[in-house]
Write a protein that binds this ligand. Structure first.
Ligand code: HEC
Length: 158
C-alpha cells in the first residue's frame, strides 16, 4: 500500500513536470502578452520597491556625506570599507558586482531578500549571520549607495 502511494506520487510528479515542458504554441504566447509582474529569471535587481535607480555622475557630495554618516552609525559594526569580511562582506567593489537597485533592495527589504533572492541567500550561506532589518528608508538607502560609489573611487561633484 505504501509503495503504491509512493508510485502514485511519483507519477503525479512526473506528469506535473512534463506538462510544464509541453506548454507552448499559441496559448503560451497569448499568456505572455498578459503576463503581470512574475519573476521568471533573476534580473539582478533583487526583490523590493526599488526597480530603477538613476545614477549621478559626478556623485552628489551631500548624498555621499549623508550616506557616510549612516554607514558609520548603523553599518560599520559589521561592514568594512575594504574587501575584508567582518560579520558581513566588505564594501569595496560592491558597486561593480551589484546593481544599485539590488543594493537598495538589500538595504530596505533585507528579510525578503534573504528569503527569496538567490544572491542574498548565497551571502547568508557564507556569512552565517542574518543581516538585521535596520528600518532604512528608500532615501537613506539611496544615499548609502551614493557613498558606496564614492568608496569605489567615483568622482564626487562639488
Ligand atoms: C549585525 C551585522 C550587520 C549590520 C549592522 C549591517 N549588516 Fe549588512 N550584512 C550583514 C551580513 C551578515 C550580510 C550578508 C548577508 C547575510 O548573511 O544576511 C550583509 C550583507 C549586506 C549587503 C550585501 C553585500 C554584498 O556582498 O552583496 C549590503 C549591501 C549590506 N549588507 C548593507 C548594509 C547597510 C547599508 C547597513 C547599515 C544600514 C548594514 N548592512 C548593516 C550584516 C550586517
Amino acid at each position: 500500500m505504501e509503495r503504491f502511494a509512493t508510485l502514485l506520487f511519483a507519477l503525479v510528479f512526473i506528469a506535473a513536470c512534463s506538462s510544464r515542458g509541453s506548454e507552448g504554441g499559441e496559448e503560451s504566447s497569448k499568456a505572455d502578452k498578459y503576463k503581470v509582474e512574475t519573476k521568471p529569471t533573476d534580473d539582478g535587481k533583487g526583490i523590493g520597491e526599488v526597480t530603477y535607480v538613476e545614477l549621478n555622475s559626478p556623485l552628489d557630495a551631500q548624498m555621499v556625506e549623508h550616506g557616510k554618516s549612516i554607514y558609520e552609525l548603523k553599518c560599520a559594526a559589521c561592514h568594512k570599507l575594504d574587501d575584508q569580511r567582518v560579520v558581513g562582506p566588505g564594501w569595496k567593489g560592491l558597486t561593480e558586482i551589484r546593481k544599485p537597485e539590488w543594493l537598495m533592495n538589500m538595504i530596505t527589504n533585507v528579510d525578503i531578500m534573504l528569503a527569496e533572492d538567490p544572491t542574498a541567500q548565497e551571502l547568508l550561506k557564507e556569512c552565517l549571520v542574518r543581516m538585521p532589518n535596520q528600518n532604512m528608508t528608500i532615501e537613506d538607502a539611496r544615499d548609502i549607495v551614493e557613498f558606496m560609489y564614492a568608496n569605489d573611487g567615483q568622482e564626487i561633484g562639488s
